[in-house]
Design a protein around this ligand. Structure first.
Ligand SMILES: Cc1cc2nc3c(=O)[nH]c(=O)nc-3n(C[C@H](O)[C@H](O)[C@H](O)COP(=O)(O)O)c2cc1C
Length: 554
C-alpha cells in the first residue's frame, strides 16, 4: 500500500482533508453536495428529507451530502449553525472523498493504517475551542445543548433530538489508553445527555472503561466530538482492538499525526480541528431512562436505563457546522460507513489470518436486515469442501454479534446480488447436507422484544459441488451483439445485473457444443441426421442419453 505522501507526490488525489468543513467544500466542488437554503425544521423535516435518498431508491452514485443553512425548530427558533447530513457516507463515493482515496483503495487503506498507526500530537491553541461555553451559560433556558440545532432522526418515534455522528472519547483509568467510539446521545437538558454504550460482547469500548470507573466510584470523563476530519470520524464506528488508539489509526489514514488539544474542563484530549466538542462526566452509578430511538437494526430501541452525562463545557469553532447521520433502517448512511470499514476486516481475517486463500469476497448483506446478521462469502471454484466449511465457521466467529446466517457461494455468484445468492441456495444446496445450525450465538444488535437472549447460527454451503448444465441464457457474444442493436434502436437504457449471459458450469460435452455451433450456423439438420442414426427402442422418455450410450459420439 502506498502512503498518502507518495500519493500526493504522484498527484493521485489530494489526500484526506484535515477538517470537516474542508471536506464539505471538496464535496461541493465535486458536485456531491446539495445546499438547502430554505427554512427546514430540524424536528420534523430535516432527517425525513434526506431519508428519501434511501427510501426513494436513489442509486448509490446519485446520493448526495446535504448542507442545511437555514435551520429552524418546531418552536420557531432559528439557528445560526448549519447542519450537514449525508456528508460522510451517503455513498461509497462520498466516503472515498473523505478518505482522500479512490473507492477501490478503501479496504487496503484501512488495513495499512491499522498496521501503521501514527500517534497524534498535542497543540495548545485549537479551532475547536474558539468559543467556550461553561458554568451558568450551560444552564440558561435556550442555552447550552439547546443552542445547537440537533435534529430528530425518526420523528414520530424518537423521544428527543439526538447526537448521532459522535466520537465519544474516554480513557481507561488504569492504563490511560484512549477509546473513541460512535455512540448515540439523547438531549435531556441544556446541560445533560443520555449516552448509550452497548454492553454486549463486541459492543462499546467506552462501556468497558465505565465498568472500571464504577468499580472506583469515580465519574467517567467523556468528550463528545461532533464533526472532525472524516478520517478521524470514520474511526468511531470501526472495529479496532480495545487497546488501540483510534486517533493513531486516524493518523495512519491521514498520513500525518492528528492534532489534539486538552479539553477545557476534563482530563481528555480531543481533535483540535473538530467542529464542536461537548465535555462532561458520566455518573458511575446512576443510570437514567434513555430512548426510544430508531436504531440501525431497523426497529425502534425502546427505553433502557443508560448513562447520564453532566455537561461541563461546550466548545466550538467560531462558525461550526453540526454533523448528523442517517441511520435506522438499512441501507443508510450509517450502514455505508460500517460496510466499507467492516468488509475488509472479514477478508483479512479469512484470507490472511485463517489462511483460506480461495476467499474472493465477503459481503455483509445491507438492505433492511442491517449488516451484521447475514454474511455472504464468495470462494474460488474447486475450493475443497473442508475449506468452504472453515470459511463459513471463520466468518461466523470473527465477532460475537456478526454472522447469524453465513452463506458460501462460488465464484460465478455475485454476493452483492441477493437474488443470485438465493438462486445458488435454490439449486446448489441440499439443506439436509449443506445447512448446519450451531447453538449459542449472542442475539447481537437486535430488538429486545421477546424472551430470547441467545440465538443460533446457520451456515449454508451453497457452492457448486458438482458440474451442472450451463446457465440457460444466450452465450456472451450473442448478448453483446444484441446489446449493440438494442442501443441502435434507442430502446430504454439497460442496467444489466450478473448473470446476463449463459456460461458453462461444467456439465457440457463436445457433442452438445457441436450441436449449438451448428444451430447458430443454420446447420441444425446435420445434427438431426446424426441423432436419427442413434434412435433406440425399449426406453422410457426422459432417459438421459449418457445413461444409455457409453460416451457421446464424437
Ligand atoms: C451512526 C452510528 C451510531 C452508533 N451508535 C452506537 C451506540 O449508540 N452505542 C454503541 O455502543 N455503538 C454504536 N455504534 C456502533 C459503534 O460505533 C461501533 O460498535 C464501534 O466499533 C464502537 O467503537 P469502540 O469499539 O471503540 O467502542 C454506532 C455506529 C454508528 C455508525
Amino acid at each position: 500500500m502506498d502512503d498518502v505522501a507518495d500519493r500526493r507526490a504522484r498527484g493521485q488525489g489530494t489526500g484526506p482533508k484535515s477538517d470537516f468543513q474542508t471536506h464539505l467544500r471538496e464535496l461541493e466542488a465535486r458536485g456531491l453536495l446539495v445546499r438547502v437554503d430554505r427554512p427546514i425544521n430540524k424536528d420534523t423535516e430535516l432527517h425525513p428529507l434526506v431519508r428519501w435518498q434511501f427510501q426513494g431508491r436513489v442509486s448509490d452514485e446519485k446520493r448526495r451530502a446535504f448542507l442545511f443553512t437555514n435551520v429552524v425548530d418546531s418552536k420557531g427558533r432559528k439557528y445560526d449553525i448549519p447542519v450537514a447530513v449525508g456528508a460522510l457516507a451517503s455513498s461509497r463515493q462520498i466516503y472515498a472523498v473523505g478518505m482522500g482515496r479512490r473507492e477501490s483503495e478503501i479496504g487496503a487503506a484501512w488495513m495499512h493504517a491499522i498496521a501503521n498507526p501514527i500517534p497524534p500530537v498535542t497543540v495548545r491553541k485549537a479551532p475547536c475551542q474558539e468559543v467556550v461555553v461553561t458554568g451558568d451559560a450551560l444552564k440558561v433556558s435556550g442555552g447550552g445543548l439547546s443552542a445547537l440545532p440537533v435534529p430528530i432522526s425518526t420523528p414520530g418515534f424518537d423521544a428527543a433530538p439526538y447526537f448521532t455522528m459522535t466520537l465519544c472519547i474516554t480513557k481507561d483509568p488504569e492504563t490511560g489508553i484512549r477509546n473513541a467510539g460512535t455512540y448515540r446521545a439523547q438531549l435531556k437538558a441544556t446541560d445533560r445527555l443520555g449516552v448509550r454504550m452497548a454492553t454486549r460482547i463486541g459492543g462499546a469500548g467506552g462501556y468497558q472503561h465505565w465498568l472500571k470507573y464504577r468499580a472506583r466510584k469515580q465519574s467517567m470523563p467523556c468528550a463528545i466530538v461532533l464533526g472532525a476530519a472524516p478520517v478521524v470520524v470514520f474511526t468511531g464506528p470501526q472495529k479496532l482492538p480495545l487497546d488501540m488508539d483510534e486517533m493513531a489509526v486516524a493518523g495512519g489514514l491521514a498520513g500525518e499525526a492528528i492534532r489534539m488539544v486538552k479539553c477545557i474542563s476534563i482530563d481528555l484530549d480531543v481533535p483540535a480541528d473538530a467542529e464542536i466538542v461537548v465535555e462532561g462526566v458520566i455518573d458511575p452509578e446512576l443510570l437514567e431512562p434513555e430512548g426510544p430511538f430508531g436504531e440501525s437494526h431497523g426497529h425502534v430501541a425502546l427505553e433502557d436505563f443508560n448513562m447520564s452525562m453532566q455537561v461541563t463545557a461546550i466548545t466550538h469553532k467560531k462558525s461550526p457546522v453540526l454533523v448528523s447521520i442517517i441511520s435506522q433502517v438499512t441501507p443508510s448512511e450509517s450502514s455505508t460507513i460500517k460496510k466499507v470499514a467492516y468488509e475488509p476486516l472479514f477478508l483479512a481475517h479469512l484470507r490472511d489470518v485463517l489462511g483460506i486463500k480461495q476467499v474472493r469476497q465477503t459481503v455483509m448483506h445491507e438492505p433492511l436486515s442491517d449488516l451484521r446478521p447475514m454474511i455472504f462469502v464468495q470462494l474460488g471454484n474447486n475450493t475443497p469442501h473442508t475449506e468452504v466449511w472453515r470459511a463459513l465457521q471463520g466468518a461466523a466467529a470473527l465477532k460475537g454479534d456478526w454472522g447469524k446466517i453465513v452463506v458460501a457461494v462460488s465464484e460465478d455468484i455475485d454476493p452483492l446480488s441477493t437474488d443470485a445468492v438465493l438462486w445458488s441456495i435454490a439449486y446448489r444446496c441440499n439443506p439436509i447436507e449443506d445447512v448446519h445450525i450451531m447453538p449459542y450465538r449472542s442475539r447481537g444488535h437486535a430488538p429486545k422484544s421477546g424472551p430470547r437472549n441467545e440465538e443460533s447460527t446457520m451456515l449454508i454451503d451453497a457452492t457448486l459441488k458438482h458440474p451442472m448444465p450451463p446457465l440457460a441464457l444466450p452465450a456472451k457474444e450473442y448478448m453483446e451483439s444484441a446489446r449493440k442493436i438494442w442501443e441502435e434502436l434507442g430502446l430504454p437504457a439497460l442496467n444489466p445485473a450478473p448473470p446476463w449471459h449463459g456460461y458453462s458450469l461444467g456439465d457440457w460435452n463436445e457433442a452438445w457444443e457441436r450441436y449449438a455451433r451448428r444451430a447458430v450456423a443454420g446447420d441444425w439438420e446435420e445434427s438431426g441426421r446424426e441423432t436419427y442414426a442413434r434412435r433406440r427402442g425399449g426406453l422410457t422418455p426422459e432417459t438421459p442419453v449418457r445413461n444409455v450410450e457409453a460416451a457421446p459420439k464424437k
